[in-house]
Design a protein around this ligand. Sequence first.
Ligand code: FES
Ligand code: FES
Length: 124
Amino acid sequence: MYSEKVMDHFTSPRNVGEIENADGIGEVGNAKCGDIMKIYLKIENDIIKDVKFKTFGCGAAVATSSIATEMIKGKTIEEALKLTNKAVVEALDGLPPQKIHCSVLAEEAVKAAIEDYKKKHNKQ
Ligand code: FES
Ligand code: FES
């Protein structure tokens, strides 16, 4: 039911943990299932230098957050803001239809963390 990539990111997720003194933190919850995802960003000159995540949720939520952190690391915040859940799903070689909402959590968590960064640094 899951692609190899999903299983890979689920069984060995990248960038798990938290960042002390993070420049931006985004926490979102999925109303559908009650799962929670938290993303921490270290940002220098508007570039995402480091990113870590903590996800309390299903395997698809772990896999989507894991790959999302890989996709935004080293990117500018403007580029990272363009990350869509569709791009996350494609990067994972697809998700079962009933798990698409888990990828929305990843997109929202990244956006929330960047918004938090912007707010804290008077960038909006
Ligand atoms: Fe909660 Fe997916 S329904 S883990
Ligand atoms: Fe809850 Fe995947 S995030 S089912």
